[in-house]
Design a protein around this ligand. Structure first.
Ligand code: FE2
Length: 359
């Protein structure tokens, strides 16, 4: 993405007279749309970060994991209602909105297309600028905004991503990540395949964490950390194979599985923390809601005389507010995109995005 004053290329717009006028005279209010996976979310946020609206509709598959086309159909059906509800909640009209922010990736192609179609339609019909938001950046920025973390080591764990990153040289640099499946996906598939889920959350805990509470013995399972990178597919395969063995207690298996899964992440994060020498660690993404993982990270972070910042639970998972807030930051930096070139990017990496607002 280009910054203000740079030459226009690849669809990124130079700030217009309208933008300068809006920046000078009008309070910035951004409407953000999130649709990268199961959630269609709409958030409305002002330039100071006040949340004026936060509405969501979540696709729940009847069986198995997310079916991308079904989820996209859900977003197309409920998306317009979710946006309308957000405007009603904020008690404003589209006329008051400065620009539309849309998460263009990373995520599931059909889901991204549904959200992008709605965002583009709103931008064109109401003559509003369109702001391209990276979903991973949005998870980080909402975490920073709501916790007050300034320059943290980021532990971003969700159903689709497992990333350890930190800001350096104008971008969030990835120090470690999963080499195959994400931690959230690993937990969900395991819970589903052994018959513990859905629902995935039981009494505020992930079904695996809940089952592990009654575990007593540790079963030997793969533990794969490669430098600061992680690999979860071997752990998942081995645990599923163990589940079929006679005499294996499900509670012991869940305990062993979750201990390895979380400890791998904490070890990789510790290496990155020692490497970067950051004094703050920010936990964000849906899996970060696990109190077990939070406690493990807290103990590690304390050892390094750093502080752990935990994104509020309501904004750990996908939501439109994080897209809207990142939209504010991008808009203030003069970054928008031409509608006809607002392509979705299913594999849009965190470290491909310039972060001009962070010094
Ligand atoms: Fe997410």
């Amino acid at each position: 993405m280009l910054q203000q004053g740079q030459q226009e290329e690849s669809g990124v717009r130079k700030p217009s007279f309208k933008w300068y006028k809006a920046m000078a005279f009008k309070k910035i209010i951004i409407l953000g749309i999130e649709s990268t996976a199961h959630t269609f979310g709409c958030g409305i946020v002002d330039e100071y970060g006040s949340i004026l609206a936060d509405t969501r509709a979540v696709y729940v598959p009847e069986k198995g994991g997310i079916h991308p086309r079904e989820a996209a159909q859900h977003h197309s059906t409920y998306g317009p209602k979710v946006v309308k509800e957000a405007l009603l909640k904020a008690n404003i009209s589209m006329r008051d909105i400065s620009a539309i922010a849309i998460a263009l990736g990373p995520g599931l192609g059909p889901c991204l297309r549904s959200g992008a179609t709605i965002a583009r339609a709103l931008a064109v019909y109401f003559s509003k600028p369109l702001i391209p938001v990276n979903h991973a950046v949005a998870h980080i920025e909402i975490g920073k905004k709501l916790t007050g973390a300034k320059d943290p080591l980021i532990v971003y764990v969700s159903g689709g991503n497992t990333i350890i990153a930190a800001f350096s040289g104008g971008r969030y640099r990835v120090f470690g990540e999963t080499l195959d499946i994400a931690l959230g996906n690993c937990l969900d598939v395991f819970a589903r395949e052994i018959g513990l889920a859905p629902p995935y959350i039981v009494e505020g805990l992930h079904a695996v964490d809940k089952c592990a509470e009654k575990g007593e013995e540790i079963i030997d399972l793969p533990y794969v950390v490669k430098g600061e990178d992680l690999s979860y597919s071997g752990l998942l395969t081995a645990a599923l194979r163990k589940a079929k063995e006679p005499g294996v207690k499900l509670e012991d298996l869940c305990l062993s599985f979750r201990e390895n899964a979380y400890n791998m992440l904490v070890e990789a994060a510790e290496r990155a923390l020692a490497h970067t020498k950051k004094k703050e660690v920010l936990l964000t993404g849906g899996v970060g809601a696990s109190p077990i993982l939070q406690e493990k990270l807290r103990l590690m972070v304390r050892e390094h005389n750093a502080e752990l910042y935990i994104t509020p639970k309501k904004y750990m998972g996908d939501n439109g507010v994080m897209v809207a807030w990142t939209g504010v930051l991008l808009y203030k930096s003069g970054i928008t995109v031409n509608v006809k070139e607002s392509f979705i990017k299913q594999r849009w990496r965190l470290d491909e995005v310039d972060i001009p607002w962070q010094k």
